[in-house]
Design a protein around this ligand. Sequence first.
Ligand code: PMV
Length: 320
Amino acid sequence: MKKITVSAPGKLVLFGEHAVVYGKPCIVTAVGQRMHVSIELLENKEFQLTAPDVKINNYKKPMLEIGLGDIPKEVLFVETAVKNTIKSKKAGLKITTKSEFSSQLGFGSSSAVTVCVIKALSELFNLQLSKKQIFDVAYKTVLGIQKKGSGFDIAAAIFGGTLYFVKAGKKIESLSVGQMPLIIGYSGIKADTVILMNKVKEKFKNNKYSLNKIFNEIEIIVDNAKQALSTKDFLILGKLMNKNQMLLEKLGVSIPKLDTMIVASLQAGAYGAKLSGAGGGDCMIAISSIKNKKAVENAILALDGEIINTQINAEGIRVE
Ligand code: PMV
């Protein structure tokens, strides 16, 4: 039977997390590590999923029950993406996922797997979905599950490169960015994005003025970073990272482990450093001169942080 494999990159947010949920822009880059999804059409009308990275081995249910009943959280994004993409449940689907990055890193594995499933179904059923249409189905899928989120990770997985992004895909602008001396340190702590978004909302429940003030400052940082990226001014980018980090601390989403990794990076000579993503764990990023890169990496390693080597600006979704 017909079979197709699609891959999409993970992501790393450079500037503007959290504010992007409230309509401000952010900058996100696609990373070299990819998610791969193969889908084979089956004659029996069964939905089958094997996703070894999240310990799902041959999960099965009738196609007619897609989206119904108790769905394990590791299956939720794939199953909901199928439900939202194809109306006809005449053929069965055997889906296999394979990730080049751990779902613990915060590289956006749920979004990457969602866009891969939608793209693969579009190819198999000749739906001819455009990138924007894939974005819309994927965003609907993620919102249906998480209830909130900006969709920047979905855009990175689909379009690749480095993007200036506004919530729900209102703006998806490709930035011309070369390689840069970026260091990524994994804290070893898994963060829960939804919990952190709720934490920000709760903290500023009675103080909308302060929240808006912080978000307006983040917006200026993002716009300045867009400019500095185009001129490859790493020193300015570092300063902007530090400012962004201060505001993320005000939002209450940084944690001591990330703080110490960030401070150690700066002491080792980085131009700037900040957390990347929701906070509460996952990764931090730093930018330095080429000369100081090794020292910054060693400073992170000395704190039991893990260095994640990757390329940025990776290619978006593609059929393999
Ligand atoms: O935790 P991550 O890497 O998925 O990043 C979350 C970033 C937020 O701005 C907090 C949420 C979002 O959907 O934009």
